[in-house]
Ligand binder design. Structure first.
Ligand SMILES: [Zn+2]
Length: 602
């Protein structure tokens, strides 16, 4: 059915759509003859002669796309003033006004692209979200309409609601463009719904009575892969996740997979994921662990939200203390739900998985020095080196804490309950979480006192005593220490890395363990690198290449600058010791303990 753009706008505002009463309408236009960016037009009705628009900051990945906004203008004639890096102030006569601007995309990153960042190619791209749309400050709750004007051969997939009742009405044509209409209930939903466009492959399935779409954007030279196995693996994980929570937290869900990209970002009703077709050709489940992780975040982060999370804001997200739970338990379930779905993750068994995590934990002194909450607070939006000469992963620390709590609950309830019940209770209560809410919920499920545990490991920095918890299910861990080995060769101590801070020239160092050769030589995180063996090094790839070329026994002079003045360290490249954890069954394990272990898939 053909309609013109005016009829589309009338349809969007028509009373037949009681859910849609937008007084903000966005039009995003992509012109196939100029893929350097897109133009946005915001039509809104004002009740004052001034208003402000802002670029939202994502709580995890603030890409600061206000840097790429160009040619901001308002009609009828008014003035535009940038009052903050991310905020524009407008003055224009009250009533209907139109704001126009262009987003000029930055040059592509070298290598694989980050799957959550926008891009445009002749066969499609990723648009929308805070990379495209500004929001009206003070009117964040207002529903919005979104019109996309895209090259005619392109398809669209997004978590935004289709603004038309029949799917074939969503395709209006004008010249070489096709016009699509969408709606969002508020500004936060608009920002949290990226839009994948172009030549897309799509599949559908229903789980929990809710429609799910799997969408794949292939590169023109994409490798072919087993799409039946790819989609059925995702469906199996979706089935297990909905079974765990007892229901979906959304009305429809879209997986937005992209070829030639890495990484992923969760949203309330969609997820962007990098899944190179060459990887999927080798293994159709290559992206499944990451998919399971991001999908689990739909509940554990997007719905069971940290108390510090805000709806929408242009300012950087303040530190969050419970990411050890939001990230760590999401890691825990990505592995567990794949096994429940009958698909083996990268570790052959759950025991091997736990051995690998524990080996990393005992090898890193940070976990005996920083509480889970302290590590959480620097997990997002903090510069590298925020823990001084230590590095820690809130994902790893949180997954191990979650595993030990799960064993505690299973033991205290004779296997009747587990962390599954904690997740379900938190989801049903829809409470914003912090350490105390999590602690109370664990206690409610377990019928036990976990305050000493939370004092020691969540609020405090005592390292986990694994055997105390493994013993509850008849297992024990042995730690052996030996020379670190990589690919059968003695491993060099290269426990140093660097980064290039924004607005600063050169590289700052990060020491990830003060007992490394680099830490012992007197180097510290945040030292500004000047030269290695007298040769200037100005970039992290430059430093990495020099580190990789070192041999055991080489001597390196590292010249740095720090507030107290210049410093030179001499480091002899050597091997180092690394602990390894092996888990065994206790010879005197009881039948009851063995049953608990089996239920936890150990
Ligand atoms: Zn995550």
């Amino acid at each position: 059915m053909a309609m013109n753009a005016l009829a589309l706008i009338v349809a969007l505002f028509a009373p037949a759509h009681p859910a849609l009463k937008p007084s903000i309408q966005y039009t995003l236009r992509v012109d196939s003859t100029d893929l350097s960016g897109w133009t946005v037009e915001i039509r809104l009705r004002t009740v004052s002669d001034t208003f402000r628009l802002a670029v939202a900051a994502h709580p995890e990945y603030d890409d600061r796309y206000w840097r790429y906004v160009r040619n901001v203008a308002v009609e009828p004639s008014g003035t535009v003033t940038r009052v903050d890096s991310a905020v524009w102030h407008f003055s224009a006569p009250e009533g209907w006004v139109t704001v126009r601007y262009r987003v000029a995309l930055p040059p592509p990153e070298p290598g694989l692209r980050a799957a959550w960042r926008p891009y445009l190619t002749p066969t499609g791209g990723l648009i929308g979200g805070p990379h495209a749309f500004m929001y009206l400050l003070g009117e964040e709750q207002m529903p919005v309409a979104v019109i996309l004007e895209l090259p005619r051969s392109w398809d669209v997939s997004t978590g935004l609601r289709d603004a038309f009742r029949a799917p074939d009405q969503g395709r209006l044509q004008r010249a070489n463009q096709r016009i699509w209409g969408y709606a969002a209930v508020d500004a936060a939903s608009l920002m949290d719904s990226p839009i994948l466009v172009g030549q897309l492959r799509q599949w559908r399935f229903v789980e929990g009575g809710v429609p799910h779409r799997v969408v794949y954007w292939p590169l023109p030279n994409a490798a072919s892969f087993d799409t039946t196995a790819f989609v059925s693996g995702i469906q199996a994980v979706v089935h297990q996740t909905i079974a765990l929570f007892g229901g979906a937290s959304y009305k429809a869900y879209t997986f937005l997979f992209q070829d030639g990209a890495y990484g992923a970002l969760e949203h309330p009703s969609s997820v962007t994921l990098g899944a190179p077709s060459a990887d999927l050709a080798r293994d159709p489940h290559a992206a499944l662990a990451e998919t399971a992780h991001e999908f689990f975040h739909t509940w554990n982060l997007m719905t069971i939200r940290p108390v510090e999370y805000r709806d929408i804001d242009y300012r950087t997200q303040p530190p969050v203390t419970s990411l050890w739970f939001s990230e760590g338990l999401t890691m825990f379930y990505a592995d567990l739900l794949m096994r429940r779905a009958g698909i083996q993750p990268s570790d052959a068994t759950r025991t091997a998985h736990l051995e690998r995590l524990m080996s990393r934990y005992v090898a890193n002194p940070a976990y005996g020095r920083f509480s889970a909450e302290a590590v959480s607070r620097v997990a997002y939006n903090a510069d590298p080196g925020s823990l001084g000469d230590y590095s820690a992963s809130t994902h790893l620390q949180g997954e191990l804490i979650g595993t030990m709590l799960d064993l505690t609950i299973r033991n205290n309830t004779d296997g009747q309950r587990s962390m599954d019940d904690v997740m379900r209770l938190l989801f049903n209560q829809r409470r914003a979480i912090d350490g105390h809410v999590i602690e109370q919920t664990v206690e409610a499920v377990c019928g036990c006192d976990v305050t000493p545990f939370f004092d020691a490991h969540v609020r405090g920095a005592a390292p986990l005593d694994f055997n105390r918890y493994l013993g509850l299910i008849g297992l024990t861990a042995h730690v052996t220490t030996g020379p670190a080995v990589f690919n059968g060769e003695p491993e060099r101590d290269l426990r140093i890395w660097g980064w290039e801070p924004q607005g600063e020239r050169g590289v700052r160092l990060v020491i990830s363990d003060p007992s490394s050769a680099w830490g012992r030589a007197g180097l510290h995180s945040r030292d500004q690198l000047v030269a290695l063996n007298g040769a200037a090094v100005a970039t992290w790839p430059g430093l990495r290449a020099k580190l990789q070329s070192l041999h055991l026994g080489d001597t390196v002079r590292v010249q740095v600058r720090r507030p107290s003045g210049p410093f030179e360290a001499t480091v002899v490249v050597a091997g180092f010791e690394r602990p390894a954890v092996r888990i065994e069954r206790l010879p005197n394990a009881t039948v009851a303990q063995r049953r608990l272990a089996e239920a936890a898939i150990f």
